[in-house]
Design a protein around this ligand. Structure first.
Ligand code: PLP
Length: 453
């Protein structure tokens, strides 16, 4: 019965549904199970298999897990009461309350939210806010943005132009002009003999050098995640401080893209809080509604807003669904749950425990080069030689094999190259996290044991 239904769904998917995040070839093979229901951190497929999910739904959004009545009820109540009105014409209470709440949880003077419906839109809006800020200050030529290799900032033209994905570079040309790529600040791959602090300084200096090469009067901002999530690149302790100083020196805005890491994942509400610095604009999405309904936000500091709001016609282009009342109602319910259930603290405590487990595991294994993370964001870098840090040859596909092995054992983790990443829901319990750790270690061991000697 279920296999007939599955067959029909897969056939229909091949004909009518273009999946994102996979190649056209994979779309045609309709690979991947068909999910039919989920509860907490478990997802059930149509064949009756149950997957333990260390990826918050696959892309880090389902931070509260599945099946929450509180969020579903808040959305349903709002939809029944008033489905949608445009912010152009009416203010609506959920969006005002959510903006107010974000201003309360965000440290410093990050006071004002511009709501959209995705991370890509949040990033694009942030660049518009930055350009408007400079124009208003009499610097209309400050329009370029720096971004870093290995980063991902979305798939709109602006997001793609600030992302180093080779596929985007290949398929979406011409990309937007004025996006300048810097090297990633990848401490594990720093030059031999250099301390992490020296490397942090080197990376910061590279930003300053590029600003000077481009001309400071042409650069509007730098798009930089406090902790780049794809490879879990926890920064050297001095790096973001130096980035902040350089931005101040040249009047360049730091847009901290927290679409992936924000709203509790790292064991603080925002990732930048770990480093004692404040960005000018923070982007958020995913965790802000816990995957229940789409929402994104560009959160600007009062300093920026003071410039923009003073007697000006500055506008950020919104969307029909910007500040959708139902999405904002979900956001409020999610923030209530995070606060009432101490989920930021939970992410911190369980994340530290996970990090210890993986570090200990790494010490006993020949191919675990580095283990890094913050809260519920974990990266385990597998290498051919831990002494020289030499990676496995790309063709060996070690990371992919680990993910496939785990999936065959009903466990979801991800790989960026050979960096195995986990980003579990903030609601995960200690015993669920223990199972995730065990499953990850088992998959890594199986793949490493099978490598040609
Ligand atoms: N920025 C970062 C850091 C992301 O991780 C993502 C998505 O994964 C985006 C932007 C784009 O968000 P969305 O897929 O909601 O457009």
């Amino acid at each position: 019965m279920s296999s007939d239904r599955k067959g029909a769904l897969v056939d229909s998917a091949v004909k009518h549904l273009w999946r994102h995040g996979v190649t056209a070839e994979e779309t045609l093979r309709a690979e991947g199970p068909v999910a039919v229901s989920a509860q907490g951190v478990y997802i059930d497929d149509i064949d009756g298999r149950r997957y333990l999910d260390a990826l918050s739904g696959g892309s880090a959004a389902a931070t509260l897990g599945h099946g929450r009545d509180d969020v579903a009820d808040a959305v349903s109540r709002q939809m029944r009461n008033m489905a949608w009105v445009s912010l152009r014409t009416f203010l609506n209470e959920p969006s005002i309350r959510l903006a107010e709440r974000i201003a309360q949880i965000a440290p410093g003077d990050l006071t004002t939210s511009f709501f959209v419906s995705s991370g890509s839109e949040a990033v694009e809006s942030a660049t518009q806010i930055a350009k408007s800020y400079h124009k208003k200050r009499g610097n209309p030529s400050k329009t370029k943005f720096l971004y870093r290799k290995t980063s991902y900032h979305g798939t709109s033209l602006i997001g793609a132009s600030a992302s180093s994905s080779p596929e985007f570079r290949e398929w979406f040309q011409p990309l937007a002009p004025g996006f300048i790529e810097l090297d990633a600040c990848y401490a594990y791959r720093r030059p031999a003999g250099m301390t992490v602090e020296e490397y942090g300084e080197l990376c910061a200096q590279a930003i300053e050098d590029e600003i000077l090469t481009q001309g400071p009067d042409t650069v509007a901002g730098i798009l930089a995640e406090a902790i780049p999530a794809a490879l879990v690149l926890t920064p050297p302790p001095n790096y973001l401080q130096r980035l902040r100083e350089i931005c101040n020196k040249y009047d360049i805005l730091w847009i901290d893209d927290e679409v992936f890491i924000g709203v509790g994942r790292t064991g603080k509400y925002f990732g930048f809080e770990h480093y004692g610095v404040q960005p000018d604009i923070v982007t958020s999405s995913k965790g802000i509604t816990g995957g229940y309904i789409p929402l994104g936000a560009a959160i600007a500091s009062q300093r920026i807003m003071d410039v923009l709001l003073e007697g000006s016609q500055a506008k950020v282009a919104g969307h029909t669904y910007s500040a959708h009342p139902a999405a904002c109602a979900a956001g409020l319910a999610v923030l209530d749950a995070i606060e009432n259930e101490d989920l930021v603290q939970n992410a911190d405590v369980l994340g530290s425990w996970m990090l210890d487990q993986f570090r200990e595991f790494g010490e006993r294994r020949p191919h675990v080069g580095d283990v890094r993370g913050k809260g519920m964001l974990m990266g385990i870098e597998l290498v051919r030689d831990t002494k020289t840090r030499e990676p496995f040859p790309a063709a060996s596909g070690v990371g992919k094999k680990v993910v496939q092995t785990a999936m065959n054992q009903n466990f979801m983790c991800r790989a960026s190259g050979d960096v195995i990443t986990l980003f579990p829901a903030l609601v995960s319990t200690r015993s669920e996290v223990e199972d995730m750790v065990t499953a990850t270690m088992r998959a890594i061991d199986e793949v490493l044991n099978d490598l040609p000697k």
